[in-house]
Design a protein around this ligand. Structure first.
Ligand code: ZN
Length: 201
């Protein structure tokens, strides 16, 4: 005897379409849309002497310029940190500092793509997916539009989503304040996720 699956419905008559509709809404009912916000800022330091082994300033995992460095415990990738926190935010799962405390030596100079992958893994464990990512980078240097294509491509590769779901915009601070004086780079990120709601209450 071969056991069938009640969900395997044969569509013969027009009325059979109603059955399918019921199954689709049943499945969709458990999914809701959540938006998380992430923010990060790191100090910029001017490199007066550029040597062969001077590291590139990394943004979104992409090498940009050598004339300035971002200071931080890990690789100081301010875009990846902000993006990671936005996903944790939508999951209500703390923040990057909680999962990877700067007090721990092992995260020193760590590649921030691992932090991002951790957040995405937590999302997949909850049967979720990313609908859209919107990133705003506030800085005077480097010019974000020069690297935005590469950054989108790299993030798309890191978390395996289509580039069309990743938006990245650079904003100058019009010379105002610390960011205007090229003392730092700040990033805001909104991540929109579709996630299964476990508790109906
Ligand atoms: Zn950071």
């Amino acid at each position: 005897k071969i056991l069938g699956d009640k969900k395997s419905i044969k569509i013969t008559n027009f009325n059979d379409l109603d059955l399918i509709k019921n199954f689709t809404t049943m499945k969709m009912k458990n999914y809701i849309t959540k938006v998380g916000i992430g923010y990060d800022i790191h100090k910029l330091k001017k490199n007066n002497k550029i040597c062969k082994n001077t590291k590139y300033l990394k943004l979104g995992g992409v090498n940009t310029i050598k004339s300035y460095s971002l200071l931080g415990h890990s690789d100081a990738d301010v875009i990846l940190h902000s993006l990671t926190d936005s996903i944790y935010g939508a999951l209500n799962f703390g923040d990057i500092g909680q999962h990877f405390p700067p007090s721990e030596k092992k995260w020193k100079n760590y590649d921030s793509s691992h932090f991002l992958k951790h957040a995405v893994k937590e999302l997949y464990l909850r049967d979720g997916r990313i609908l859209h990512i919107d990133i705003v980078v506030i800085t005077e240097i480097p010019k974000i539009s020069t690297y935005s294509y590469q950054i989108r491509k790299n993030i798309s590769r890191l978390i395996d989503i289509n580039e069309s779901k990743i938006s990245i915009k650079g904003k100058s601070n019009e010379g105002i304040g610390a960011i205007g004086r090229k003392e730092g780079i700040a990033v805001f990120t909104n991540s929109t996720l579709s996630i299964r709601e476990l508790d109906d209450c």
